[in-house]
Design a protein around this ligand. Structure first.
Ligand code: ZN
Length: 136
């Protein structure tokens, strides 16, 4: 059998790479870079950890349990989305501080952007329909 055929057969039915794997490899690279600036013992520990992560990444890429790997990636992207939205929200809070105020709905915990006018206001959550009062 030709080498290319054998390679194709080896990768057939295996999971391959995804966003979580890219993230693991980025962490891996950062650890290895950081290890260059550290004295012997902490550097060994970081390198050891980086090798473990690399092993994990290779294991995930070659795994045949595709559904399981896909679910891990889904958890990762969900967390990533939550972290991203948190930082975007904080950024917008400051950016639009003169125009808007941000409050959480007491019913569904939805984040609401309210036009900034001093005083007490009756608010209706557009998601769950709960009425509540806010003081701005
Ligand atoms: Zn609500």
């Amino acid at each position: 059998m030709k080498f290319r055929e054998r390679l194709a057969r080896f990768f057939y039915g295996r999971y391959g790479s995804d966003q979580l794997n890219m993230f693991i490899l980025i962490i891996c690279t950062l650890l290895l870079l950081l290890a260059m600036f550290l004295p012997a013992v902490p550097a060994y520990i970081l390198r050891g950890f980086a090798i473990l992560l690399m092993g994990l990444s290779i294991f995930r890429m070659l795994s045949k349990k595709i559904e399981k790997r896909r679910r891990e990636n889904a958890v990762y992207t969900k967390i990533l989305y939550a972290v991203k939205s948190f930082f975007i929200r904080q950024f917008n809070r400051i950016r639009y501080i003169k125009k808007y105020r941000y409050r959480k709905c007491p019913g569904c915990k939805n984040h609401l952007r309210l036009p900034y006018k001093k005083g007490e206001h009756d608010v209706k959550c557009p998601r769950c329909g709960k009425n509540f009062t806010v003081k701005l």
